[in-house]
Design a protein around this ligand. Structure first.
Ligand code: GTQ
Length: 343
């Protein structure tokens, strides 16, 4: 058959909502993973003045959530930092309340700057210090507030792009501004945070009952492992936040990590199919992404960067460094599609 004949055939079958697979087969099932996202770094010095300026532009009350989205340059207007994940920087000012709502999307907070702010989840407030990792589980009521004296900025990470893919991203607004406090702050930590659990509690929820992981404890773990030279050639020292009831990832749809790279460390090249957003806590260094036409990103404290799935990358630490990251790895594990290459 000639090309003209084929084109005519495609037009004919198109009227019946049919399409020829053979024209798209190798795009649908490609030889290599092909994420849309580009590697990108949001430097704190460039970003933070705008985050603070948003405080003069709109109140937390009017905005509901006053957030500047970290938008991947290869996917403008889609509210994606990487193909599968949303990230944003949320500002809350002293005395403000971001009203109670809940949504099918799961959220994480990673506190970047300031103190005195809290997130309340289903009636339990958790106050956040820099480096603390806090979970808002799917469909949990949550409001944010600030009882301190300086602006607080945290990183929001959500699985929205994945939930949108299922056409299932929806929310409900609570009738009151705040969900009434019904437990003392730290109560859930007392119940589940001592490597113990209440007798007879065999309920394994999708998400960790612990919803606050303080930096002090995670940082100390990294320090002791560093002292013992417990280094992985590709990841340095990388710990995953877990659900103490299952030993699996703390969140059901987002994998979360805290990683230490000692000064002078150069990681071996690594790639995996999950898409990752990084938030630098301490130290400086570079990450080189890609082989030919490599992108070299220089990072320092409070910088954020995105590394798309399957992009080969390696880290160099110029100082002792601590980096928080989150990815869709757990979802890919559940789907049985996660792959990695350690070079
Ligand atoms: O704090 O509940 O960055 O619902 C985006 C959507 C934060 C939140 C975001 C949200 C929230």
């Amino acid at each position: 058959m000639g090309n003209a004949e084929r084109t005519r055939f495609y037009e004919t079958i198109g009227k019946e909502q049919l399409a020829p697979l053979w024209e798209v087969l190798h795009k649908l099932v490609a030889r290599e993973p092909a994420p849309r996202a580009a590697p990108h770094l949001w430097a704190w010095d460039a970003v933070s003045p705008h985050v603070l300026a948003s405080g003069d532009l709109i109140s937390a009350e009017e905005a509901e959530r006053r957030v500047l989205i970290l938008e991947n340059p290869a996917m403008p207007g889609q509210a994606k930092a990487v193909d599968t994940l949303y990230a944003g920087l949320q500002l809350i000012l002293p005395g403000e309340v971001a009203r109670a709502h809940r949504h099918t999307a799961s959220a994480l907070r990673f506190l970047i700057q300031g103190s005195g702010a809290y997130t309340a989840v289903d009636g339990e407030k958790t106050y956040m210090e820099p480096g603390d990792f806090v979970i808002t589980p799917s469909w949990g009521w949550h409001d944010h507030g600030h009882e301190g004296s300086e602006p607080v900025i945290w990183l929001d990470g959500l699985d929205v792009p994945m939930i949108q893919f299922y056409g299932a991203s929806f929310a409900e607004t609570y009738a009151q501004q705040k969900f009434a406090t019904n437990k003392p702050s730290g109560y859930t930590r007392a119940r589940y945070g001592a490597n113990m659990k209440p007798f007879g509690d065999d309920i394994e929820g999708a998400t960790s009952p612990i919803f606050s992981y303080p930096y002090s404890a995670s940082r100390e773990a990294l320090a002791q492992m560093h002292a013992a030279q417990d280094l992985d050639a590709h990841h340095g020292i990388k710990l995953e936040y877990i659900n103490p009831l299952t030993g699996k990832s703390a969140m059901s749809t987002i994998s979360t990590f805290l990683q230490f790279l000692p000064k002078g460390f150069t990681s071996r090249p690594y790639r995996a199919t999950d898409h990752t957003v990084y938030s630098v806590v301490e130290g400086r260094g570079t990450v080189t992404v890609g082989e030919t036409d490599a992108t070299v990103m220089e990072w320092g404290p409070k910088d954020h960067f995105a590394i798309p799935g399957w992009a080969e990358h390696k880290f160099e630490a110029h100082e002792d460094a601590v980096i928080f990251s989150f990815s869709d790895q757990i979802v890919q594990h559940k789907l049985g599609i996660w792959r990695e290459i350690r070079s």
